[in-house]
Design a protein around this ligand. Structure first.
Ligand code: PRT
Ligand code: MG
Length: 218
C-alpha cells in the first residue's frame, strides 16, 4: 500500500487531475465525508488528509510515503530527510512583503529602522531580511496576517499572494517579492527504497503530466 498525504482545499483539488492522469481516482469526497483516509480506484494507493503544514512531518516520519506540499511549507519546515523529486507547478503563488498603502517601506529600510513584521513564515522572513541587512522584530501569527498592519500590530507582513485581491481588499500593497511558490512532491526516503517500483511509477506519471501541461502552456 502507498499512502499519499494531501491537505484539503487547493492542494487536494489541484492534485486530483494529476492523480487521474496517473490512473488513480479518489473515490470519496472529503467535503462530504469526515473520513481522513480516502480510498482510491487503485487498490494499492490511499490518500490521507492532514493539515497543510503537517504534510512534510507525515512524510518525514513515514506516516505517509509521499505528499504534496507548498514550497512555503516545505522550506519553513526544513526538508531534512525528504526526497523532493518534482515541482508539480500547481497551487502557484508568491511569498511577498506587504505593508499599508500609507507606510513608507523604502525609507524605513533605507534608514535602517527596526521593522515589525508579522508572519506565519518566521524562518523564511528572518532569512530574507537578514540577507538584506534589515533589522526586524518578527511576530508569529497563524492566520489573517493582513490584519496585523491595519491594527498596528506590525508594520509589514510576509504572506502568500496569488491574485492580490486579499491585499487590495485590505488596503495593503505588495512591496517586495521574496520568492515564487508552487507545490512540490515529497517522498519518504526509506519508503522509496522499500516500495521503489510503485512509488517510481507514481512519480513518473506525475512527471509526465506536469511536463505535458508545461509544454501546452508555453
Ligand atoms: O488553511 P490551513 O491553515 O489549514 O492551511 P493553509 O492555509 O496552509 O492551506 P491552504 O490550502 O490555504 O494552502 C496550501 C498551499 O497552497 C500553501 O502552502 C501554498 O503553497 C499554496 N497557495 C497558493 C496558497 C495560495 N496560493 C494563497 N493565495 N496558500 C494561501 N493563499 C492565501 C494567502 O495566504 C492569502 O491569505 O490566499 C490569500 C491571498 O490570495 P489572493 O488571491 O487574494 O492574493
Ligand atoms: Mg488557508
Amino acid at each position: 500500500m502507498i499512502t499519499l498525504a494531501l491537505s484539503k482545499g487547493r492542494i487536494f483539488e489541484e492534485t486530483l487531475p494529476l492523480l487521474a492522469a496517473a490512473g488513480v481516482e479518489v473515490t470519496e469526497d472529503p467535503d462530504r465525508s469526515r473520513k481522513l483516509i480516502l480510498a482510491t480506484t487503485h487498490p494499492e494507493v490511499r490518500v490521507v488528509l492532514v493539515r497543510a503544514s503537517d504534510v512534510p512531518t507525515y512524510v518525514q516520519y513515514g506516516g505517509a510515503d509521499l505528499g504534496v506540499t507548498g514550497l512555503d511549507v516545505l522550506l519553513e519546515h526544513g526538508n531534512q530527510g525528504l526526497y523532493q523529486p518534482l515541482d508539480l507547478r500547481i497551487a502557484a503563488c508568491r511569498l511577498s512583503v506587504a505593508v499599508r498603502a500609507d507606510y513608507d517601506y523604502a525609507s524605513a529600510v533605507k534608514q535602517g529602522s527596526r521593522i515589525k513584521v508579522a508572519t506565519k513564515y518566521v524562518g523564511l522572513a528572518r532569512e530574507f531580511f537578514a540577507g538584506k541587512g534589515v533589522h526586524v522584530d518578527l511576530i508569529k501569527l497563524y492566520g489573517s496576517m493582513e490584519l496585523a498592519p491595519l491594527t498596528g500590530l506590525a508594520d509589514a507582513i510576509v504572506d502568500l499572494v496569488s491574485t492580490g485581491n486579499t491585499l487590495k481588499a485590505n488596503d495593503l500593497v505588495e512591496v517586495e517579492r521574496i520568492m515564487d511558490i508552487s507545490a512540490r512532491l515529497v517522498v519518504n526516503q526509506a519508503a522509496l527504497k522499500i516500495k521503489q517500483a510503485p512509488i517510481r511509477r507514481l512519480i513518473d506519471a506525475f512527471a509526465a503530466v506536469t511536463a505535458e501541461r508545461f509544454a501546452a502552456a508555453s
